[in-house]
Every structure is written in C-alpha cells, then in structure tokens.
Design a protein around this ligand. Structure first.
Ligand code: HEM
Length: 140
C-alpha cells in the first residue's frame, strides 16, 4: 500500500466515509488533541498489559505521529506522514499483538477523553474511528 507521501490519500479512501470535520472542532481542535495524546501515552506507558510494546520507542516522535494521525482521523488537517496502520504495527503483530492489546488501547483512549471532560457521545465517535483501524493494526 501507499508510500508515506500518499498516506493521506490512502486514509481518505479507506476511512474517508468516517471523516467528520465538526468532530475535530467539537473536541476542541488541535490543542485538545495534543493534550489528549499526552495523557493517553502516559496511561499507555503505565499499563502493564501493553507497555512492553513501547520499550525502546522514541515517545516524543511517537506522540507527534499520533497527534498528526488522530487530527486527521478526527477530520482535522492532514499533516500525517507516517506509516499506514498495517505497516506501522506489523513488527508488533509478530511479537504477539492481539485483540486484548487493542482493547487495552481503546480503554486508555476512552479514559483519557473522559478525564478531559469530553462528552460521552463524542467519546463514542472517537472510539468508532479508532475501532475502524483494528483489523489493519492487527494485520488481518
Ligand atoms: C487505535 C489504534 C491505533 C492507532 C490509531 C495507532 C497509531 C499509530 C501510529 C500513527 C504510529 C506511527 C507509525 C509510524 O511509525 O509511522 C504507531 C506506531 C506504534 N504503535 Fe500504534 N496505533 C494503534 C494501536 C496500537 C496498539 C493496540 C499498540 C500496542 C499495544 C500500538 C503500539 C504501537 C507502537 C509500539 C508503535 C511504534 C513502533 C515503532 O516505532 O517501533 N499501537 N501507532
């Protein structure tokens, strides 16, 4: 699939029907997404079910990529230039990444948004978008 520079096009094609520009604004725009990603990774790195996958990963770079990706996923500007979800996680699948780990990430994401006071219906919309990447992240 897509080379890095075509990721935004690939994303539009694959998940485009879920694009919802107002969602990004309703969440509070880029400042809110930045705050959410910082809290989210703090939770992930403290979560013994999944933190071993992040050993040796440069978390500053990782958080920056995740911010750009989530901004795009929430219908904000397209600045994401990282790997697609299948390629970006393929080496983790060979290390045993499975549904239980994906569920743990979903839990941390929802918990983060709840902590930030995001309304339940918006948390549901974000969860649906994150959920739509499950099969790609898990390589199936
Ligand atoms: C909602 C689902 C997910 C999204 C949107 C997501 C997003 C991303 C993005 C954008 C990257 C950067 C890719 C690149 O290198 O260009 C990445 C890498 C990574 N993800 Fe995820 N991810 C998801 C699920 C997971 C899960 C379930 C785990 C493990 C529990 C995980 C662990 C990692 C790790 C460890 C990396 C860094 C790999 C490395 O640099 O060696 N991700 N993810």
């Amino acid at each position: 699939m897509a080379e890095k520079q075509n990721l935004a096009d690939w994303y539009d094609e694959k998940y485009g029907k879920m694009h919802n520009p107002p969602l990004f604004e309703q969440l509070g725009g880029s400042g809110a997404v930045d705050a959410a990603v910082d809290i989210f990774y703090r939770k992930v790195l403290n979560d013994k079910r999944i933190n071993h996958f992040f050993e040796g990963v440069d978390m500053d770079k990782q958080a920056a990529k995740q911010k750009a990706f989530l901004t795009m996923a929430f219908g904000g500007p397209h600045n994401y230039t990282g790997l697609d979800m299948r390629k970006g996680h393929a080496h983790l699948v060979t290390q045993g990444l499975n549904d239980s780990h994906f569920d743990a990430v979903m839990e941390n994401l929802a918990g983060t948004l709840k902590e930030l006071g995001v309304a339940d219906n918006l948390i549901g919309q974000v969860a649906a978008i994150a959920e739509s990447t499950r099969d790609d992240v898990l390589g199936r």
